[in-house]
Design a protein around this ligand. Structure first.
Ligand SMILES: Cc1ncc(COP(=O)(O)O)c(C=O)c1O
Length: 436
C-alpha cells in the first residue's frame, strides 16, 4: 500500500492517543513506519529516524532485538496463550522467580501479572486498599500522591495522577486522594515531604499508601528529585505502618542507571509496578511485585482473595520475552552500558543550556536527558517546533510540551548517541534562534 493511502485510511479511521485530532487530520504528516531496528525507525518514504524515546519508553534494548524476536517466535510455536486461572506455565513461573530475585533487597517475592503500566498501577492500588480492608484498618482508603505524578490511563491510575490537564476533565469520576507538592519543585523536596509526613501523622487511619514515581516524574516533563525524599517517605510510611508504592513503569530496568530507581535511593517499597521495558517493546506485558507481608494479607478464605485478572495476564509470549529481556540485560551488561553513557548525556544537555539562549533547566539521570524551552507546560508549543526541526534532521523527538528530552534505547551504540545529541542540540538551536 502506498504511503499516502496508509495516511488517508489512518486519518479517516484511527483515533490517536494524546492527540488533538482536528489539527492532526488537517495538518500532520505522520511518520509511516515500515521497519525498525536498533535505535532506528524507517518511514515508507525511505527516511531513517533515530528514535529518541524508544517508542514511548518501551524499546530499551532497541527495536527488533534478535534474541527477543527469537524468544517470541519460539514461544508462539509452542503455545501462544493460556489463562493463569488454575493454570501455570514455565515462562510465567520462571519469570516470577527471576523478578523476585532482582527486586529491591530481594524483598518483593510475589508477582502479579497484568498488561501495561496503567494496570500494574491499578493492581497495586487495589492490593493496598483490599489489604487494609481485610486486615484491621478498613478506614485506610485514601492515597497520597505527588503533584505532577503520572501513573497511567485507567480511572484508578488517573485518580492518583497529578498532571492537571490529564485529570481535570474526569474530576467528578476520580476517587479522593491527597495531593502534596512535587518534590522536584525548585524549592526542594523538603516541602513535599513535610506535607507527606504531616498527612500521615494526622490521618494514620486513612492512608492506604503513598504512591510515587521514584526519582523522575516522567510524563510531567522529566522532573528529577532527590533520593533523600524517597528515603524520608519510606521512613515516614514505616512509622505509621502504611504502604509505599513505587511506580517504576518508566524508571525500572536500568533507565536511571540502576536496575530500579528504588535501588539508587536504597529504598524497598511494599509494591513495585513494572511494564514498558519489561517486554522490550515487543508486546504489552506488566507485573506488580509485592512483599510477602502484602501477599499474606490475602490468605484465608475465598472472600479474601484478590478478584482481579486480565484475559492476557501473565501470557506466555510476554513472559518468554520478558525472561529474554532480563537475560539480554545480563549478557550485554546493559547497566554497565548506561553507567558509561550517562555522563555523556548529562554533559550534552548541560552544554545545550549553556550555549543556546532560552534553553533552561538542564537535567539528566541515567539515559534520560532534558531541557525546557519555556514554562508553558504540557500544552505549550515550543517543544513541537523542536520536534519539527528534529524531524527534518532524521530524529523522532516527541516532546512533553515545552520540555525536550531523550529516553532512548539503553544499548544505543555510541555513534548513534552522538548523532542523537548533536541532532537535539541543532534542532533546539534552530528553534531558539528563531529560524524554526
Ligand atoms: C510512571 C508511569 N506509570 C504508568 C504509566 C502507564 O503505562 P501504560 O502506558 O503502559 O499504561 C506510564 C506511562 O507513561 C508511566 O510513565
Amino acid at each position: 500500500m502506498e504511503r499516502s493511502e496508509v495516511v488517508a485510511r489512518d486519518k479517516r479511521h484511527v483515533w490517536h492517543p494524546y492527540t488533538a485530532m482536528d489539527a492532526y487530520i488537517a495538518g500532520t504528516d505522520p511518520l509511516v513506519v515500515v521497519e525498525a531496528e536498533g535505535p532506528y525507525l524507517w518511514d515508507a518514504d525511505g527516511t531513517r529516524y533515530l528514535d529518541a524515546n524508544g517508542s514511548w519508553w518501551v524499546s530499551t534494548l532497541g527495536h527488533r532485538h534478535p534474541r527477543l524476536v527469537r524468544a517470541l517466535v519460539e514461544q508462539a510455536g509452542r503455545f501462544p496463550h493460556t489463562s493463569l486461572a488454575g493454570v501455570t506455565h514455565a515462562p510465567a513461573a520462571r519469570l516470577a522467580e527471576e523478578l523476585a530475585a532482582l527486586s529491591p533487597g530481594g524483598q518483593l517475592p510475589r508477582v502479579f501479572y497484568s498488561d501495561n503500566g496503567s494496570t500494574a498501577v491499578e493492581v497495586a492500588i487495589k492490593m493496598a486498599a483490599q489489604y487494609w480492608a481485610q486486615n484491621g484498618r478498613p478506614g485506610r482508603t485514601r492515597f497520597i500522591t505527588l503533584s505532577g505524578a503520572f501513573h497511567g490511563e485507567t480511572i484508578g491510575a488517573t485518580s492518583v495522577g497529578g498532571v492537571e490537564v490529564f485529570r481535570d476533565v474526569f474530576g467528578p469520576l476520580l476517587f479522593d486522594v491527597v495531593h502534596v507538592p512535587s518534590p522536584a519543585e525548585p524549592a526542594g523536596w523538603e516541602r513535599a515531604f513535610a506535607q507527606v509526613e504531616a498527612t500521615l501523622r494526622a490521618h494514620p487511619d486513612e492512608i492506604a499508601a503513598v504512591i510515587v514515581e521514584p526519582l523522575i516524574q516522567g510524563a510531567a516533563g522529566m522532573h528529577l528529585y532527590a533520593p533523600a525524599f524517597l528515603r524520608a517517605v519510606r521512613e515516614a510510611t514505616r512509622e505509621v505502618d502504611t504502604f509505599l508504592i513505587a511506580d517504576e513503569v518508566f524508571t525500572g530496568l536500568g533507565r536511571t542507571g540502576a536496575r530500579f530507581a528504588c535501588d539508587l535511593a536504597g529504598v524497598v517499597p511494599d509494591l513495585l509496578c513494572l511494564a514498558k521495558a519489561l517486554s522490550g517493546g515487543l508486546l504489552p506485558f506488566a507485573a506488580t511485585l509485592a512483599t510477602e507481608r502484602v501477599f499474606a494479607g490475602f490468605g484465608g478464605g475465598p472472600e479474601r482473595a484478590l478478584y482481579y485478572g486480565h484475559s492476557y495476564c501473565g501470557n506466555p509470549l510476554g513472559a518468554a520475552v520478558a525472561r529474554e529481556v532480563l537475560a539480554v540485560y545480563r549478557d550485554e551488561d546493559v547497566l554497565g552500558q548506561v553507567a558509561r553513557k550517562a555522563p555523556r548525556v548529562k554533559a550534552a544537555f548541560e552544554h545545550m543550556a549553556q550555549t543556546i539562549p532560552g534553553v533552561t533547566r538542564p537535567r539528566a539521570l541515567g539515559m534520560v536527558g532534558a531541557v525546557d524551552l519555556g514554562t508553558g507546560g504540557y500544552l505549550a508549543r515550543a517543544g513541537w517546533r523542536v520536534y519539527e526541526a528534529a524531524r527534518r534532521r532524521g530524529l523522532y523527538l516527541r516532546p512533553l510540551g515545552d520540555t525536550v528530552y531523550i529516553a532512548p534505547a539503553l544499548n544505543i551504540p555510541d555513534a548513534a548517541l552522538e548523532e542523537l545529541l548533536a541532532g537535539v542540540e541543532a534542532s533546539l538551536g534552530e528553534v531558539a534562534l528563531g529560524a524554526g
